[in-house]
Each structure stands twice: as structure tokens, then as C-alpha cells.
Design a protein around this ligand. Structure first.
Ligand SMILES: Cc1ncc(COP(=O)(O)O)c(C=O)c1O
Length: 379
């Protein structure tokens, strides 16, 4: 059967391919230490698991759920935004729970992009912005993030690009893969730029609670039709597999996204929503504890990076250390393959995040201290 043309423009996700190879090496007995992916290995809050289990017994659990999630879940998201970002949202109009934030990238794209529209995508950046842009038939326009500009968009440079037909600008702060942060003033400058060009600014914000003293939200800079934010419990609450996320923004934007989403799924499993409410209600001790663990791990990862003669900024936010490789290597893939085959350690080549990620690698903190120390010993 002939497939749709859109499949020609996208490849199998890098991790899907590379992890097959890593899996084969493991099945051949290689003691691979995987420092490649950002899937938290720590447990979610125990009370969230308990609440989920209890909710399984409820007769409601087996029914279709509403497209907007249950009201107490939306209220918990409202409280979460108020408590952590001091952003006041209307729980009925400005919040839409998602099955992970990744699906939000698709819903937003389907809601706002027609074929031939253009999208500003960060380079380096999370690969999904590009693949979804292609899937919906839009055209990507990459904007550079550079170490020399603290991995922030250079608005003056972006203004020189032909921006006609640009409908969406993706930003992702705290940034993956670089760990860079964006201040409220930086957000304000980006909003002013996007408003002047009639572009929808979307911040993808799943990392704001990991190794970050001051979590920020785009909506702290402005709540308007120009700004949307995606958020997630995957990293902040170790719930990546639960698939819990949210999109927040103006009523008009949320209504438009809901038009797409309500045609694609039939609600989120009730016990997951109950578990999510508990997770969102965690107090500051939860984040403190989480970050203590990541901090300990990061110290070892810094030693690993130093042994590998990588250069890095150790102040970054998020689950990764983003590092520059020594000049003698032709590419980041060559570097990671050598490490994989010589030392049985898997890390991510920066090139998968775009051409500006070439020359860099990303090391994950989602690995326990024992294994990290073993990796260090091997080096
Ligand atoms: C920048 C970025 N956005 C979105 C996601 C997806 O998160 P979720 O698990 O909420 O779909 C990830 C996951 O790795 C990510 O790194």
C-alpha cells in the first residue's frame, strides 16, 4: 500500500533506531550504561501511586472521561500555576490537560497551521517541533541558538529572516538540550517581537522544576492570545510513563486546541487524573528532595565529562549536562559511537537536535549513582 506523502519527510525517531542498536549490544552481553535518554528513573510521589490505585476501584474509572479532564484536575493545575509561578488561570477556560505535553505539540500545530505556513524552530531543539511541523505540511524556519548568546533566540538576527507566513514560534525554556534559562525580560522581548509579526509564541516548559531555583513560566511575562505554554509532570514528578501534561493559555486558544483534541482522544484515564492531582499538590519538599538526588548525580556526571575532556557550563537547568566535544572529533556521532563501542557507555549526540548541536553531546542524569560511578571507573 502506498503510504502518505508526509511519511517521506520524516524519519524514525533517532532514539527508536539507536536504542535498538543499544538493545542488541545488551543482548550480546555488553554491560551498557545508558546515559542517553531523559526518562526519570526515580519514583513518583508515593501518595500519587496510592491515590491512583484507590481510584482504580471507582466505577467512574472505567468510563470515558470528559475531553477537558475532571474539574479537580484542572483546579489542581490552576493551584500549581498559582503556587509555583504566581500565574492566575481560570480552571474552566484557560487550562487543558494533555496526555503528555508531546501530544500538545501536535494539537497546537493542527489547530494553528495550514499547509505552507511557516514555523520558527530552535536549532538546537527538541526534534518533535520539526517532525510535527513536517507532518502537518508546514515549513520549518530554523533560528539559531548559540552558546555565545547564552542559547537564547537572537531577535535582531531573526528579524532579518523573511517572516511572511510564520504562524508559530517554538521556544523551550528552561531549554533542552542546552539547560539554558530565559528571564521574564527575555520572554517579554520575545512576546513583543512575536506580537509585532502576528506570531503565536509557544513555550514548552517541562523542565522548570529540575535543578532550578526559580521556576518561570512564559505566562508570568504576559497572559494573552499571543502566548501558549505546555507543561508536564513527566520530569518534575517522575511520571513520564503516566503521560500527564497540560496546555495553558487564553480561552480562545484553548478552545481552538480543544476542537482538535476532542476529535483525537476520548479523555484521560480517571485514576491517572486522580494520581496527577496528588502530584501537583506536592509541597516544596518534593522538589527539594528530587533536586538533591539530581545534584549528587550531576557532580558525578561532571567528573565523567571532565574525564572525557568535554567542556560545559555546570549551572544548567534540567535533566542533562550539555557538553562540547574536543576538536579532534569529526562529529558528535563519532564521539558517542567511540564511547559506546570502547566503554559501553551511551550518551546522546548533539547533532540530533539540529546542525547547531553538532560538536556537542548530552549526558543524562536519569541514572543512579552506582551506575554513574561505574561509568566513571570505566573512564
Ligand atoms: C523539550 C521537551 N518537550 C517535551 C517533551 C515531552 O514531554 P512529555 O513527556 O510531557 O510528552 C520532552 C521530553 O523529553 C522534552 O524534552
Amino acid at each position: 500500500m502506498k503510504t502518505a506523502k508526509r511519511l517521506k519527510h520524516i524519519d524514525e525517531y533517532y532514539f527508536s533506531r539507536k536504542l535498538k542498536e543499544v538493545g542488541e549490544l545488551i543482548s550480546k552481553g555488553k554491560p551498557i550504561i545508558n546515559l542517553g535518554i531523559g526518562s526519570p528513573d526515580l519514583m513518583p510521589p508515593k501518595s500519587s501511586i496510592d491515590n491512583l490505585i484507590k481510584a482504580l476501584q471507582s466505577p467512574i474509572a472505567n468510563k470515558y472521561q470528559g475531553y477537558k479532564g475532571i474539574e479537580p484536575f484542572r483546579k489542581a493545575i490552576k493551584d500549581f500555576y498559582l503556587k509555583n509561578y504566581n500565574v492566575n488561570l481560570n480552571h474552566d477556560e484557560e487550562i487543558l490537560p494533555l496526555i503528555g505535553s508531546k501530544e500538545g505539540i501536535m494539537h497546537i500545530s493542527l489547530a494553528f497551521l495550514d499547509e505552507g505556513d511557516k514555523v520558527l524552530i530552535p536549532n538546537p531543539g527538541y526534534p518533535t517541533y520539526l517532525s510535527i511541523c513536517k507532518i502537518v505540511g508546514a515549513e520549518p524556519i530554523f533560528y539559531d541558538l548559540a552558546e555565545s548568546n547564552s542559547w537564547l533566540p537572537d531577535i535582531k538576527k531573526i528579524k532579518k529572516i523573511n517572516l511572511s507566513k510564520v504562524k508559530i514560534m517554538w521556544i523551550n525554556y528552561p531549554n533542552m538540550p542546552t539547560g539554558a534559562n530565559c528571564s521574564i525580560d527575555d520572554f517579554k522581548d520575545l512576546i513583543a517581537f512575536c506580537k509585532s509579526k502576528n506570531i503565536l509564541l509557544v513555550n514548552d516548559n517541562p523542565y522548570s522544576f529540575v535543578l532550578n531555583e526559580n521556576p518561570v513560566s512564559l505566562l508570568m511575562a504576559e497572559k494573552s492570545d499571543n502566548c501558549i505554554e505546555l507543561n508536564s509532570l513527566s520530569k518534575s514528578h517522575n511520571m513520564a510513563g503516566w503521560r500527564l501534561g497540560m496546555v495553558v493559555g487564553s480561552k480562545k486558544n484553548i478552545d481552538n486546541i480543544l476542537k482538535i483534541k476532542s476529535n483525537m482522544d476520548s479523555g484521560m484515564f480517571y485514576p491517572l487524573q486522580i494520581g496527577a492531582i496528588d502530584a501537583l499538590n506536592q509541597n516544596q519538599a518534593w522538589y527539594k528532595n528530587l533536586n538533591q538526588t539530581y545534584l549528587k548525580r550531576k557532580k558525578i556526571v561532571i567528573e565523567i565529562a571532565s574525564k572525557l575532556r568535554l567542556t560545559f557550563n555546570s549551572d544548567g537547568t534540567g535533566l542533562f549536562l550539555w557538553c562540547k566535544i574536543p576538536d579532534k572529533f569529526k562529529s558528535s556521532e563519532e564521539f558517542i559511537d567511540k564511547l559506546l563501542y570502547d566503554k559501553n557507555i551511551f550518551i546522546t549526540p548533539g547533532s540530533i537536535f539540529g546542525s547547531n548541536g553538532e560538536g556537542y553531546v548530552r549526558i543524562s542524569l536519569c541514572c543512579d549513582e552506582k551506575k554513574l560511578l561505574e561509568a566513571l571507573k570505566r573512564l
